[in-house]
Ligand binder design. Sequence first.
Ligand SMILES: [Zn+2]
Length: 326
Amino acid sequence: MADGPKTLLEAVAYFKDENNCIKYLGAIRWPDGVVTCPTCGSTKVSFLENQKRWQCSSRHPKRQFSIKVGTIMEDSPISLDKWLPVLWLIANCRNGISSWEIHRNLGVTQKTAWFMLQRARLAMQDDRKGGKLSGEVEIDETYIGGKARNMHKAAKAKKLHGAGGGVVGKIGVQGLLERGGHIRLRVIDNNDRRSVVPAIQEHVESGSQVYTDQLKSYFGLCADYAHDVINHAEAYVNGQIHTNGLENFWSLLKRDLGGTYVSVEPFHLFRYLDEQAFRYNHRRNADGSKMSEADRFSSLCSHMVGRRLTYKQLTGKEEQRDEEAF
Ligand SMILES: [Zn+2]
């Protein structure tokens, strides 16, 4: 949106006005200007100025809807003038943003802030519309430490028992990085063949050039790929055969997880991976130029639609009656 905010300060000021929020999100959601009822798909809808909601002309439940309906913000009592700055921050803060920072700056509780961020991370989940990775692809795994306390029961049991031969005490993460392109990250149970190879077949175009280390599980990739293996015992980098792109990414990831997020529960690690991958994958425009904060924010807003995350889905628990609203 050409006249939209360009910086965090501008965003905070601009989104103070609910009409601006609705105008901004509406333009992303309905780019051709035709508002569509999220329940029945009808375009016969009218805007109710006083309530800042639309009303569908068909008679059905939920015929009145706000801009939040059908997005990660649906059912959230938190107002748009708080939601949108939070989304701006998570889209653009290179090292991430913690629920404590949101709590202190926006006047919502830390728990509410955490839930907002988890919903935002759902919007950051890659929709894979870019298809498979191709060209030169680096493949590597890393292990992220979690403290045994504050951990979900299942995760704790899994961790303490090593999840069938994994590295005990650490959570494995596999990264696939297309050089000059996108990264994809996932939590893995361990580094055996069954855990690491199917994702490569699913996400990397066959015939691509792939680089891995000498992990045995990767033997045999040459059936589908041009596969070069890094020999870490050698003291020099052998031309293009390296996974330095991923190794740089891992060191930044670990610094952020250790800093901003203090200790991420293993159960929630994949959401933090989605967040990190989103910012990495939105660092540049298709033409290679640097993506602006405004464009990264706008892209996040467009990914909010059609995604929902309830308290129960998030925590595995029913929301308690006396629980505050999120
Ligand atoms: Zn309708």
